[in-house]
Design a binder for this molecule. Structure first.
Ligand code: NAD
Length: 236
């Protein structure tokens, strides 16, 4: 078996950082070279340049400001990076684009393989049934603040981009219990309806998606990539 891919994990003490570390434990293709966080018993971000010298990929789940500086450090070290952090504003997105001129960089607000496939299927279905009404419903845990979720907005955009007729796409959100994340696209026409649903049952799906992305990105040329590239499907 080939050597495990050495990951420097940024945001290692967070919910997602811990989920990635747990997924690595179960998967011999990867090892954690170092965990970086400002809290817990992890290396401080100042040590990143040194830590990246023995890393194959940087994986980041932190927050938008620090994530950008972690990716800058990866670019300086010539190490590919995968970031699942959300909330990059326009100016940070531009910086990410610039950095992707130096290293392969994959950024995805939802790392689940299934959810990324759903974007693609939603676009195909909406284009095939242009006269049907379209609406997206989503359910998340009670602590989630944004609504509709970023993934629901992305699903709505995929439908709108596929149709290009300016028709509205409905949206409904529920915040209850500890639901990790359910998303459904409904297409309804006379006498029938189609429902395409994705349910994330644990954070593990996002962690496993990030690991698949880390595996995929090694050896790629510099550029900005998405999970659609990992799945080898058109971006929706
Ligand atoms: P969290 O708050 O539990 O963890 C974030 C971690 O980053 C914390 O341990 C924190 O100490 C660390 N951190 C923040 N600023 C830092 C800094 N300046 N230096 C070093 N460490 C720093 O959050 P989470 O639930 O793990 O989510 C992290 C990010 O991932 C969020 O942006 C979230 O929206 C996103 N997320 C993405 C996906 C996906 O599939 N792409 C899935 C879940 C969450």
């Amino acid at each position: 078996m080939s050597e495990p891919i050495r990951i420097v994990l940024c945001g290692a003490n967070g919910r997602m950082g811990r989920a990635v570390a747990a997924a690595v434990e179960k998967d011999g293709r990867f090892s954690i070279a170092a965990g970086v966080d400002r809290s817990g018993a992890f290396a401080s971000p100042e040590r990143l340049p040194e830590l990246l010298k023995t890393a194959d990929v940087l994986v980041d789940f932190s927050s938008a400001g620090p994530a950008l500086s972690f990716i800058e450090a990866a670019a300086a070290a010539g190490v590919p990076a995968v970031s699942g952090t959300t909330g990059f504003d326009e100016s940070r997105r531009k910086c990410l684009e610039t950095l992707s001129g130096r290293i392969p960089l994959l950024v995805a607000a939802n790392m689940s393989l299934g959810m990324n496939l759903l974007y693609h299927l939603a676009a195909r279905a909406a284009a095939a049934l242009p006269s049907y009404d379209a609406a997206v419903s989503e359910t998340h845990h009670a602590l989630k603040k944004d609504s509709p979720s970023g993934s629901a907005l992305r699903l709505i955009d995929a439908v709108k981009a596929a149709r290009r007729d300016g028709r509205p796409v409905g949206a409904a959100s529920l915040r209850v219990g500890d639901v990790v994340g359910d998303h459904t696209l409904v297409l309804a026409g006379p006498g029938e309806r189609i429902e395409l649903t994705h349910r994330a049952q644990s954070r593990e799906v996002f962690a496993r998606g990030a690991l698949e992305a880390a595996l995929w990105i090694r050896g790629r040329k510099a550029g900005l990539y998405s999970m659609a590239d990992v799945l080898d499907i058109p971006a929706a």
